[in-house]
Ligand binder design. Structure first.
Ligand code: AMP
Ligand code: ZN
Length: 118
């Protein structure tokens, strides 16, 4: 656990979350500020800051994050598909420095992938 990390504190149960899934490698919960009807966060239980820091040893955890996404999306109310977004570092506009995959969906298409910069 990284002592000052918000998502490590959520995994440890020190900060409340709306947990929807947990296994040996990952923890999933509802985003506090959902951008779509379904908006989940799937995170590694062990602290990883972003994809900028991962190594081959992290591949089982990274694979698990993706392999549970469909099951969680379907159960949360997005059976027709979903989008996975992982923001990394400053250029990726990552706000919480503990790796997390956003799983977004619902009953309507989530929309264009990125807005073109002005
Ligand atoms: P990112 O910009 O990719 O780092 O996304 C961070 C996400 O974490 C945002 O969608 C926030 O709404 C979400 N978030 C921040 N704090 C919490 C929290 N305590 N519980 C659930 N989601 C959170
Ligand atoms: Zn952390």
């Amino acid at each position: 656990m990284s002592t000052n990390c918000l998502f490590c504190k959520i995994v440890a149960g020190h900060i409340p979350s709306k947990k929807i899934y947990e296994d040996d490698l990952v923890y999933a919960f509802r985003d506090i500020n959902p951008q779509r009807p379904v908006h989940l966060l799937v995170i590694p239980k062990q602290h990883l800051t972003s994809l900028q820091q991962v190594s081959a040893a992290d591949e089982p955890t990274l694979g698990r994050i993706l392999s549970v996404a469909n099951q969680l999306a379907v159960e949360a109310g997005s059976p027709g598909g979903f989008r996975v977004i992982i923001n990394n570092g400053e250029i990726g506009c990552q706000e919480v420095p503990h790796l997390h995959a956003h799983v977004v969906g619902g009953d309507q298409p989530v929309g264009p992938m990125l807005k073109r910069l002005a």
